[in-house]
Design a protein around this ligand. Structure first.
Ligand SMILES: [Zn+2]
Length: 149
């Protein structure tokens, strides 16, 4: 049996930036809830999201959570969700806009400073329909395009 308690799989938890950011310097509310969860599910890994909907938790909060999990033998990694407003038709970053490319570069750098692994949530896709993105796409097809005959 592996150290995280399961023989054939590992349980993982993904905690969104929207839940981490409000914690500030008091992670107790979250760690109390997770302690309750750990009585029933032995997580081997926890993804701590560093961005979603333009919300970025403080580094100190992320480091405190990372340390709390490490003390319990639970691995951590960074999560990044490249959304501007998930509730507004999943509005994603515009990769034709220097502001968002620079922002994403900074997020990846931050994640790499804090963690050894980074996972992009499924919002790495792009649904921007600004003039620059439409021009950049040109007449290339989209993988999401389904042509019915
Ligand atoms: Zn765009």
């Amino acid at each position: 049996m592996k150290s995280d308690g399961y023989q054939n799989f590992r349980a993982a938890l993904y905690i969104r930036a929207l839940e981490i950011a409000p914690l500030g310097d008091d992670i107790g509310v979250m760690t109390d809830r997770i302690s309750q969860m750990l009585k029933h599910v032995r997580f081997g890994k926890v993804y701590l999201e560093i961005h979603r909907d333009m919300v970025v938790p403080e580094r100190a909060t992320l480091l405190a959570l990372k340390a709390w999990f490490r003390e319990r033998g639970i691995e951590t990694a960074a999560g990044i969700t490249v959304t501007i407003d998930e509730l507004s038709d999943f509005k994603t970053y515009c990769y034709s806009d220097d502001f968002y490319r620079d922002k994403l570069k900074g997020l990846v750098q931050m994640a790499a400073e804090l963690f050894d692994e980074i996972v992009f949530d499924d919002f790495f896709f792009n649904n921007c329909k600004c003039k620059k993105c439409i021009a950049a796409k040109g007449d290339r097809s989209s993988p999401a395009t389904i042509e019915w005959e």
